[in-house]
Design a protein around this ligand. Structure first.
Ligand code: GLU
Length: 288
């Protein structure tokens, strides 16, 4: 019988999520073009193998803040903070897509942008249309690049982090694999940055409460939104909808082809399709 890792070689529809901290230089906050280039090359190569691939990319707010030098200014009121974040997202998302378009086209691939909010999933008509748009783009051979529509998504309609968003996308398009590229190697029994005795977990066959709890204490990096907690929520959504999920470290983007050739890197979560899982209902109740 093939192991879970070997079966990864046969995956056909793959969602890859990359976080803000993996796309920029920690020292300056500027985009890391070498890493972006490698990411795009890996994704194009997956596409060239005849597989379908979707990228969920963070980094819009961070790129926008950098573009208008807003990192060190602290707006006073909450409304001002929201306005600055949304304005920065508008600037940064366009910049990010410009870079992606440029590099994807160098490898003769077509990139497409999809920006989502909670309503894209909760509203039946929106969800139906979004599903069809993804299907059509994949059929055309394009590579959809997804982010939250941070410029319009205020608290009431925001998903809030791209770990959750990427799992929602995986569920929506019925992907068979979700890969979360992060600044951590995978799931540990506790936060390894705080507890030296934390043990690494290679494989999760069933997402019990004990595992769900392991993510609770972590807050993630200073630029992104997700920590291990949001990754466990992503695992819940993805595995319940029939996709395996892998968390791996993005310090070497080559980890993508290692994962897809069945190597034991990162933590793998086994799909456990739950026929009663209602994606729209789950998303509607996020943050409540
Ligand atoms: N959507 C946010 C951005 O592009 C990132 C959210 C996250 O880090 O999870 O800046």
């Amino acid at each position: 019988m093939s192991t879970l890792r070997e079966m990864i070689k046969d995956k056909k529809r793959i969602v890859v999520k990359i976080g803000s901290s993996s796309l920029q230089h920690a020292e300056t906050g500027d985009l890391d073009y070498i890493r972006l280039e490698k990411l795009v090359r890996e994704l194009c190569d997956i596409r060239n193998q005849g597989k379908e691939v979707i990228l969920v990319s963070s980094g819009a707010v961070a790129a926008g803040r950098k573009a208008v030098q807003m990192q060190n200014l602290h707006p006073v009121t909450r409304e001002e903070q929201i306005a600055v974040k949304q304005a920065c997202a508008a600037i940064g998302q366009a910049r990010l897509m410009m870079v992606y378009q440029k590099i994807f086209s160098e490898y003769n691939h077509v990139a497409a942008q999809i920006l989502m909010t909670k309503d894209t999933i909760v509203d039946n008509m929106n969800r139906y249309n979004a599903h069809n748009t993804f299907a059509e783009l994949l059929y055309m051979g394009a590579i959809p690049i997804v982010n939250e529509n941070d410029t319009v998504a205020t608290y009431e309609i925001e998903i809030g982090d791209n770990d959750t968003l990427s799992a929602i996308v995986a569920a929506l398009v019925e992907a068979d694999l979700l890969i979360l590229l992060s600044d951590i190697d995978g799931l540990y029994t506790d936060d390894p940055r705080k507890n030296p005795n934390a043990r690494f977990i290679e494989q999760v066959d069933e997402l019990t409460d004990e595992y769900m709890h392991m993510g609770k204490g972590s807050t993630g990096s200073s630029v992104g939104t997700g920590g291990m907690n949001t990754k466990m929520i992503a695992a819940k959504i993805a595995t319940s909808c029939g996709a395996d999920m892998v968390i791996a470290n993005s310090k070497d983007i080559g980890v993508l082809h290692e994962i897809l050739s069945g190597e034991k890197v990162g933590t793998i979560f086994k799909a456990n399709k739950d026929e009663d899982f209602d994606l729209a209902e789950f998303v509607k109740n996020l943050h409540k």
